[in-house]
Ligand binder design. Structure first.
Ligand code: BG6
Length: 470
């Protein structure tokens, strides 16, 4: 029996049980991947707009054209039955230069979007920053420049003033850990070979802490949290070396970010690795005070798959005595099936990740991304048979329900993505949405929307409170 089958068949009571009525059944997107209109109505450029996109994939000027079709899209999400919609605000629509003059048209766009969600009974959940740093800030060093911390807090202040009357749940920075681990993801041109990666990361942590403190000061009823990508690191073998490498990977990939955000301190194992690997990291007492003063109300996180690691001599960081001080090589795990893009599929890992985060931090958890990237095919009759996506989501929802059953307080689940949008590396070849958008990497076609099979399935899931997963 595969792990996936084991998850599905585990506790007999579960498939039929509904989650509480206030559970946020949602879906997710990000501004630079869905909106398009990247230079319209006063929007300034972000690092996503000016980067060299992977060969054969389109730029971000059109995307899913959500900027022009937002009302149609929100109506579809209402038909889907969403209780919440997690989207991001493009920093440069609000502050085209990253700081300074506010762009009223940008403020108005998200105001309308939020109102439309609320009108349909959908709670808007706002990510403040999803990989789209303003190029004006990038040109001055991006996150390596401490002034970017002030710019982010200024941006946060504008958002809280503009939307704080209608937005309850705020997310600070999407996948800060992935930006640091895979810098080309969103750090911009400034992140060249001399970029002080962990110093910049530290500045992001300070920006996040100050934004959380500011939120509590100006919006006492609101709730705010970080949104890293958290996935447990597994040892390939049961050897002590592999377990130690996995412990380092967990520290460097996961706990560094949540320890700083929730506990206001640096994870010692992560610091050990950072220092021995030769990265600069200057942290003052005042910085630690800032970290301690900015606390989240909940933890949002994205989950796609666990990572498996093994000790690899010469690749694992070791000192002169041979003692291990870092993760080894990330390798395929023979126990897991994989997606079309070779991402491991590990629903039970979703459960263990939820349980581990809860046991470490004890805060409510919100899942802000989870999903399957696949080659979907639009049939001539307008249907898309994405049963593979339903299987993936069913297994992960089942695993989440099992975690909840053990006492983990999960408040919401937001699959990636609400509608098709541009994937980070593969353009429109790799789709995630419940709604198919008719375009491809070569042409924008008519951008018409079609409900996939998973749309009808997720609507039943939501309507039944998660009881009906068939
Ligand atoms: C997350 C990001 O890393 O994963 C999204 O927050 C991204 O922006 C998603 O699109 C899926 O990754 P990819 O590379 O398949 O688009």
């Amino acid at each position: 029996m595969s792990l996936s089958e084991a998850v599905r068949s585990a506790p007999a009571a579960w498939p039929g049980r509904a989650l509480p009525a206030d559970f946020l059944w949602g879906a997710s997107s990000s501004a630079y991947q869905i909106e398009g209109a990247s230079a319209e109505d006063g929007k300034g450029p972000s690092v996503q707009d000016v980067k060299t996109v992977p060969a054969g994939t389109p730029d971000f000027s059109v995307c899913s054209d959500h900027y022009h079709r937002w009302a149609e899209d929100i109506a579809l999400l209402a038909e889907l039955g969403l209780k919440s919609y997690r989207f991001s605000i493009a920093w440069t629509r609000i502050l085209p230069e990253g700081t300074g003059a506010v762009n009223p048209a940008g403020v108005e766009f998200y105001s309308r979007l939020i109102d439309e969600c609320l009108w349909h009974g959908i709670e808007p959940i706002v990510t403040m920053y999803h990989f789209d740093l303003p190029t004006a800030l990038d040109a001055r060093g991006g996150w390596a420049d401490p002034a970017t911390v002030d710019a982010f807090v200024e941006f946060a202040r504008v958002l809280f003033a503009a939307y704080g009357d209608r937005v309850t749940h705020w997310l600070t920075i999407n996948e800060q850990n992935i930006m640091t681990l895979v810098p080309h993801h969103g750090l911009g041109a400034a992140a060249g070979p001399d970029y002080p990666l962990y110093q910049a990361n530290h500045h992001m942590l300070l920006a996040q802490a100050r934004a959380m403190a500011l939120c509590h000061e100006v919006l006492p009823a609101a709730k705010i949290g970080p949104a890293p990508n958290i996935a447990l690191a597994l040892p390939l073998e049961g050897t002590a070396e592999d377990v130690l490498c996995a412990q380092y990977l967990n520290a460097v990939r996961n706990w560094l970010y949540l320890d700083a955000a929730v506990l206001g301190r640096y994870n010692t194992l992560a610091v050990d690795h950072i220092r021995r690997a030769g990265y600069r990291l200057d942290v003052s007492d005042d910085d630690l005070r800032v970290l301690r003063e900015g606390r989240p109300d909940f933890i949002a996180f994205n989950y796609y798959n666990t990572e498996t690691v093994t000790y690899a001599p010469g690749e694992t960081l070791e000192d002169a005595d041979g003692a291990i001080h870092g993760p080894g090589r990330i390798v395929p795990n023979p126990h897991f099936a994989t997606t079309d893009w070779n991402w491991p599929i590990d629903p039970l890992g979703f459960r263990t990740t939820l349980q581990e985060i809860h046991s470490r931090y004890g805060l409510p958890l919100m899942v802000t991304e989870n999903g399957l990237g696949a080659y979907d095919r639009l049939e001539p009759d307008g249907t898309v048979d994405d049963g593979y996506r339903i299987d993936y989501l069913r297994d992960h929802i089942t695993a989440m329900k099992q975690a909840i059953d053990t006492g983990v307080p999960v408040i919401g689940y937001h699959p990636w993505s609400a509608i098709d949008l541009i994937s980070t590396h593969d353009g429109f070849l790799k789709r995630y949405g419940f709604v198919y958008v008719r375009r491809d990497n070569e042409s924008t076609h008519d951008l018409a929307r079609f409900r996939k099979k998973s749309f009808h399935w997720y609507r039943r899931v939501i309507a039944s409170g998660g009881a009906d997963l068939a």
